[in-house]
Design a protein around this ligand. Structure first.
Ligand SMILES: Cc1cc2nc3c(=O)[nH]c(=O)nc-3n(C[C@H](O)[C@H](O)[C@H](O)COP(=O)(O)O)c2cc1C
Length: 165
């Protein structure tokens, strides 16, 4: 079985998560005879030959990146391939409810388009501290670490996918 882990990443956070998931799946893939490929989404021309898909995008402007949605619409929708989606967001857990709801709304569209059963949402990382006015608008607490990734959650998610392979 061939498994594709493909990601879009602007500042490396989603890439690191995809690579960690790839390591876990590769370790578990040995016993299941699965071949795991981890690559940026823009290197993927066709999904032919892949038996399972894992696709990830950061959240920007309360949405997945446009290229992510385009790729899903063009290649994944209707393919019937088993798929796991993940997104990386700084505000989903730690921002105002209005932003959480906006992100949830976009993800529901993406999930339906992809034919996925759910979308996993991970905390992400900011390149630098938010200015006070932005913290106010987004509702993020003062002193929140720049990197709020929960590696335990990420690893448990990847293990769960390995169980399904
Ligand atoms: C320009 C920009 C816009 C962002 N917009 C959002 C947003 O609307 N909602 C959110 O939850 N996180 C937002 N973030 C946070 C990141 O998406 C998130 O923390 C993630 O880790 C970035 O992933 P990447 O390094 O793979 O690009 C934004 C970050 C940047 C740099």
């Amino acid at each position: 079985m061939k498994v594709l882990v493909a990601y879009i990443s602007k500042t490396g956070t989603t890439e690191e998560i995809a690579k960690r998931a790839g390591e876990i799946l590769s370790a578990r893939g040995v016993e299941k005879n699965a071949d795991i490929e981890v690559t940026p989404l823009d290197t993927v021309g066709s999904l032919q030959g892949y038996d399972r898909l894992i696709l990830g995008s950061p959240i920007n402007g309360m949405k997945v990146l446009p290229q992510f949605k385009e790729f899903i619409g063009a290649h994944v929708a209707g393919s019937g391939k088993p798929i796991d989606l993940f997104v990386v967001s700084y505000l989903f857990e730690r921002g105002r409810k209005v932003w959480k709801n906006a992100i949830r709304k976009d993800l529901e569209k993406i999930r339906t388009l992809a034919g996925a059963s759910s979308v996993e949402i991970f905390g992400g990382r900011l390149p630098g501290p938010l200015p006070t006015f932005a913290r106010f608008i987004f509702g993020t607490p003062k002193g929140l670490p720049l990197d709020i990734r929960d590696w335990g959650k990420i690893e448990a998610w990847a293990e769960g996918i390995a169980d399904k392979m």
